[in-house]
Design a protein around this ligand. Structure first.
Ligand SMILES: [Zn+2]
Length: 295
């Protein structure tokens, strides 16, 4: 199986969103008053080539993110995008020879605006989202939380992904996404309460597509809570579970906004390589090169 990084433009957020400052409500409001911006970070979606078809995890941002509602304090003061229409995930996949019909499933780790932007490029794909996340993101309440449900495609009606498949390693809840069990969604609550991640089983190595479970591998390893999570204890437990998973076996960790994620994937680099294991053995099966899509 191959996993591909699709970078859909870049985003800047506040430093106190990447690593939360303080606790409780103060931590969640800190980005509003923070003058310090992060570096420009990638907005990554990840495409998995599976024999049943391509599975896309998140859809990245859209060029419409260059114009955000001004009434919302977070959208006005705490986030800025840099993306052109041709950088959206649909056009990028097309350039790689993957049409929207080749994408069997689109799996949404959560529905924040830098993850749902490319949804309209996949009118015939099965879209999977957590029912809890869908409810949270919908309607006026969703808009108040900074989601943009008004920009979803008119026929947007994702299939509920319920993680009723029991525990998976250190994760309490999971669901197989393919019959062969090679692609599995696992509950990673924190950034949003129903956030999930997608694990791709590739021999000895696991590729862990993390959405925004953390903004980087470093903050995951450090157990640093972001400035977004409602429930600090829940977010901390999720980061601990990911660390336990990555300690148990070689894991290429791919958050959506980690500047090093694409390179780690291309090189098969894990935070703790197994003794004697050579990272290059995975590098051969992982590639972000455009020519790597098997047709
Ligand atoms: Zn994000």
């Amino acid at each position: 199986m191959r996993v591909h990084t699709i970078e859909t433009g870049r985003v800047q957020i506040k430093a106190s969103q990447v690593i939360g400052r303080g606790h409780g409500l103060g931590r969640r409001l800190a980005p509003l008053f923070d003058a310090e911006w992060s570096d420009w970070l990638p907005v990554n979606a990840y495409a998995i080539e599976h024999r049943d078809g391509v599975i896309l995890v998140d859809t990245g941002a859209s060029a419409a993110a260059m114009r955000l509602p001004r009434w919302h304090p977070y959208l006005r003061f705490c986030v800025r995008f840099d993306i052109e229409p041709e950088q959206e995930v649909g056009p990028q996949l097309k350039a790689l020879g993957v049409g929207s019909n080749d994408v069997k499933r689109v799996v949404m780790t959560h529905l924040h605006i830098d993850h749902d932007g490319g949804l309209d490029g996949f009118p015939t794909s099965e879209i999977l989202a957590s029912p809890g996340e869908l409810k949270r993101a919908s309607g006026i309440a969703g808009r108040m939380l900074g989601y943009l449900p008004q920009r979803w495609p008119k026929n947007f009606d994702p299939k509920p992904l319920v993680l009723d498949g029991g525990p998976y390693g250190p994760f309490a809840r999971s669901k197989r996404l393919t019959a062969d069990g090679a692609i599995v969604a696992v509950a990673t609550p924190g950034h949003t309460p129903d956030h999930f991640s997608v694990i791709v089983e590739d021999g000895d190595t696991a590729v862990f597509i993390a959405g925004d479970a953390s903004y980087s591998e470093a903050t995951m390893l450090a157990g640093a809570i972001d400035g977004v999570s409602d429930d600090e204890g829940q977010a901390r437990a999720t980061l601990a579970a990911i660390r336990a998973f990555a300690e148990a076996r070689p894991t290429v960790y791919l958050p959506a906004h980690d500047p090093d994620a694409a390179e780690r994937l291309a090189e098969g680099r894990t935070p703790r390589p197994a003794p004697g294991a050579r990272a290059s053995s995975t590098a051969a099966s992982q590639s972000s090169q455009p020519s790597a899509f098997a047709r």
